[in-house]
Design a protein around this ligand. Sequence first.
Ligand SMILES: C[S@@+](CC[C@H](N)C(=O)[O-])C[C@H]1O[C@@H](n2cnc3c(N)ncnc32)[C@H](O)[C@@H]1O
Length: 271
Amino acid sequence: MITSDEQQVRELMDSVGKKAAYQTMQIPEATLRDLAVKALARQPSRHLALKSMRRKLHQITAPYLGDPDYGQATHEMHALFQEGDPDAIQKFCRMIMASHVSTRERLLVLDGFYLRLFDEHGVPESIIDLACGLNPLSLRWMGLGKKARYRAYDIHAPRVAFLNAFFQMEGVAGQAFIQDILVNPPLHTADAAFLFKEAHRFEERETGCNRDLWRALKVKIIYVSLPPLSMTGRHDLTGKNRKLIERIIAGQSWRVNEINFPNEQVFVIEK
Ligand SMILES: C[S@@+](CC[C@H](N)C(=O)[O-])C[C@H]1O[C@@H](n2cnc3c(N)ncnc32)[C@H](O)[C@@H]1O
């Protein structure tokens, strides 16, 4: 029997999720349900719950950060990998990464980015890339060993399908999953987790959610990055970012180190 609560949740999920853009992204049921349940619990009316859920889903999916045309990109990628010219493949990876703000900002420092990240703890043999976006396209810059295992998680289905095609063509032990990592934290063990440019946005979805996620991860090191400047470029966020990290890991005896790049403040957290 469907309870009236369940009916309200379902109605909200259908009403918000039916937007064409979300149908294309194939947002997981788990995400829609989580947002609907929480919006109904927190808002005084169905109308306000609907508004709140719409706003959150827009912020979570962030279409304004950009995307390539995945169909065309997959087609091009097939042709390039068949030709096998490594320079052309790297150029293509850079071009795809340039289509999303988070990876675009990293391009400037990509050549030395992972060298610095892995300097202290060594190159990981297994990685989970959380809320990965298009970051797995930087695999060729990571210097991973041949046997390295790479798992990537995102809620955007066409992006995940594209990443799986990429892993297959690269011939690496990589896999991308459509998974809301706040609802279902990854259970795979790994040497390292990446959580790039998303932790602050997670806090906007649900204050304190990073804490539970980071605790649940079965990894030795979490590389968390945050933007050092506001979107307008006018405000320095580095102090605020440090405080956020301190709050999230309060009560844990985890060691934190910081590495700074012009567009990215990375916290290396030893669990
Ligand atoms: C700001 S982008 C960052 C992408 C990547 N980490 C980077 O820095 O290049 C955020 C990404 O997280 C994904 N995302 C947002 N919430 C998520 C969740 N709860 N679980 C998994 N992926 C999520 C979005 O679809 C998007 O691809």
